[in-house]
Design a protein around this ligand. Structure first.
Ligand code: B12
Ligand code: SF4
Ligand code: SF4
Length: 403
C-alpha cells in the first residue's frame, strides 16, 4: 500500500478506492495532531462544493438584513457560491475552530460594566485574531503541502468570500443555534473559524443534524435591539455588533437605548446561551485582555485624538470601528448610563471634529437632562454648542436634546 505521501499521485493514477481512503484517514489523523500543535482547538472536514444554504443569503440580502454591509455582501455573494473561486480544483474544506474565551474573573457579565465603563465583546479583548489565525493556517497549509507533495492549499480567515459557518456545520463542528452562532455541544460558541482549502480529497466528517436548542429561546428573548427576525435569522441592521463595528455613522435613535454600554461588538446572545456555561477557557496570550479591556473607561475613550486612538488600538480589532465609530458608541453608552464624573469628557465631545461624535454627545446629554445627574450643566452645554454648531444634522440632534 502506498504511503500518505503518495496520496495525490495515487489519486491521479486512480489507485484503488479502499487504499486511498485508508491513506486519507491516516493523513487526517496526522493533520488533526498537527493542527492542535500549531494552536487550533479542533478541526472538521467538509467536501468542497456550493454551500448548503446559499439561497438563504440571497433572501437575507433581499430583505435588507445586511444593513451597512450590503454592498460588501453583494460583491461577495457570487464568489461565495463555490469555494472553487478561492482555490481552483478545491476538493475539501478543512474547517478549524479556535476557542477564545479567556477567564471571566473580574469582567463584565450580562448585567453590564461598572459605572463610567463600556463593554467590549470577548473576541476583541486581546490582539487582532486575524493575524494569529492567518499565520497558523498558513503553517498548517505548508505542513500539508510538504506531507503530500504536489497538493495545493489556501488558508482563509473571516473576510474571504467563504460561508465559514456553513462549511463548519458540514464539517461537524457544531449546529446552527437560534442566535445564528455555530455551537459545539462540548465547547459552546466562543470560538473563531478558519478554513484551509485543499485540492486533496479527504474523508468528510458528519454534520450535527440534531437541533440542540430544543425549546430554549434565551438568546432571542435577551437581544436588546430585537435583532432576531426569527430563530436563525438576524437583521444585522439592528445588531449591536454590526452597529458598533461596521457602521461608523449616526445610529438610528430608536436603537441607541438598546446598545446599553456596548461600545464594540456584543456578546449577549452568547452569554445567555446555556451551552456556553462550560466553554473551555483559552490561555492563548494573544486573546488575553489588553490595556483597560474588557471594560474601558468611556471618558478616556472620548478623550482620544486621532493619534492617541491609533496608538492605543493598533493591532487590536477595535481599530475597525474607526475613531469616530468608537467615540460615538462611547457617547451613546454614557447617554444610556449617566455617570457624573464623565460629564466633562462628554461635554468636550460636543466640540469633537467629527459630526457623528458631536451628534451622539448631544443625544447623550439630552438623556442626562432627564436624569438627576448634572441635568442643568447638560442643558447649559447644549445651549452653548447650538450657538456655534454649523452641521445641520448635529444642530437637529441638539434641538431634539433640548426639546
Ligand atoms: C457578516 C458577519 C457578521 C455580521 C452578520 C452576522 C450574521 N449572523 O450573519 C455581524 C457584524 C452582525 C456579525 C456579528 C458577529 N459575528 Co460575525 N461574521 C460575519 C461573516 C463575515 C459572514 C457571516 C454571514 O455569512 N452572514 C450572512 C447570514 C445570512 O449568514 P448566517 O446568519 O450565518 O446565516 C446562515 C444560517 O442562517 C444558515 N442556516 C440557518 N439554518 C441552517 C441550517 C443548516 C443545516 C445550514 C447548513 C445552514 C443554516 O444559512 C444561512 C446562510 O449561510 C462571518 C465570517 C464568514 N466569512 O463566514 C463572521 C462570523 C460568523 N462572525 C463571528 C463572530 C464571532 C461574530 C460575533 C460573535 C462578534 C461579536 N461578539 O460581536 C457577532 C455575533 C452576532 C450573531 N448573533 O451572529 C464568527 C462566528 C463563530 C461561530 N462560532 O459561529 C464568524 C464565523 C467569524 C470567524 N471567522 O470566526 N458577524
Ligand atoms: S450580538 Fe447582541 S445585538 Fe446582535 S443579535 Fe446578539 S444579542 Fe442581539
Ligand atoms: S440560547 Fe438557547 S436558543 Fe439560543 S442558541 Fe443557545 S440554546 Fe439555542
Amino acid at each position: 500500500m502506498e504511503s500518505p505521501n503518495d496520496l495525490n499521485a495515487a489519486n491521479r493514477a486512480g489507485i484503488g478506492h479502499v487504499g486511498r481512503l485508508l491513506n486519507s484517514r491516516l493523513l487526517v489523523e496526522e493533520l488533526r495532531r498537527e493542527s492542535v500543535r500549531v494552536g487550533f482547538s479542533r478541526l472538521g472536514i467538509a467536501p468542497a462544493g456550493p454551500p448548503p444554504r446559499r439561497e438563504l443569503v440571497r433572501q437575507w440580502l433581499d430583505q435588507g438584513f445586511a444593513g451597512v454591509m450590503r454592498e460588501w455582501f453583494e460583491h461577495q455573494e457570487p464568489l461565495r457560491a463555490d469555494p472553487e473561486n478561492l482555490l481552483p480544483g478545491v476538493r475539501s474544506v478543512i474547517m478549524l475552530a479556535t476557542d477564545h474565551a479567556t477567564s471571566t474573573d473580574g469582567t463584565a457579565d450580562v448585567g453590564g460594566a461598572g459605572e463610567g465603563s463600556g463593554r467590549v465583546a470577548r473576541y476583541a479583548w486581546g490582539a487582532d485574531y486575524h493575524d494569529l489565525l492567518r499565520s497558523r493556517v498558513n503553517m498548517l497549509g505548508a505542513w500539508l503541502e510538504a506531507r503530500v507533495p504536489g497538493c495545493r492549499t489556501r488558508g482563509v480567515v473571516d473576510s474571504a468570500p467563504l460561508a465559514e459557518r456553513d462549511f463548519a456545520w458540514l464539517a461537524g463542528l457544531g449546529w446552527f443555534g437560534k442566535n445564528t452562532m455555530l455551537i459545539d455541544p462540548r465547547a459552546g460558541s466562543f470560538f473563531f473559524l478558519t478554513a484551509l482549502l485543499t485540492d486533496l480529497e479527504l474523508p468528510p466528517d458528519t454534520p450535527v443534524e440534531v437541533d440542540h436548542c430544543g425549546t430554549c429561546t434565551a438568546c432571542l428573548d435577551a437581544c436588546p435591539t430585537g435583532a432576531f427576525v426569527e430563530p436563525r435569522v438576524l437583521d444585522a441592521s439592528r445588531c449591536i455588533s454590526a452597529l458598533s463595528i461596521e457602521d461608523h455613522g449616526p445610529i438610528a435613535a430608536d436603537l441607541r437605548p438598546g446598545m446599553q454600554d456596548w461600545i464594540f461588538g456584543c456578546d449577549i446572545c452568547q452569554e445567555v446561551c446555556p451551552w456556553n456555561r462550560h466553554a473551555p477557557g483559552s490561555t492563548e496570550p494573544t486573546f488575553q485582555p489588553s490595556d483597560g479591556l474588557p471594560t474601558p473607561s468611556l471618558a478616556a475613550i472620548l478623550g482620544l485624538d486621532t493619534e492617541a486612538f491609533r496608538k492605543r488600538f493598533k493591532g487590536t480589532p477595535l481599530r475597525r470601528a474607526k475613531r469616530r465609530g468608537l467615540l460615538r458608541s462611547a457617547a451613546i453608552a454614557l447617554g444610556n448610563r449617566p455617570h457624573a464624573p464623565s460629564f466633562d469628557a462628554l461635554a468636550a465631545a460636543l466640540a469633537d471634529e467629527e459630526p457623528v461624535v458631536r451628534g451622539a454627545a448631544a443625544w447623550a446629554l439630552g438623556r442626562w437632562r432627564h436624569a438627576d445627574v448634572v441635568a442643568e450643566r447638560a442643558r447649559v452645554a447644549l445651549i452653548g454648542r447650538i450657538e456655534i454648531e454649523t452641521d445641520a444634522d448635529v444642530r437637529a440632534e441638539i434641538e431634539r436634546a433640548l426639546a
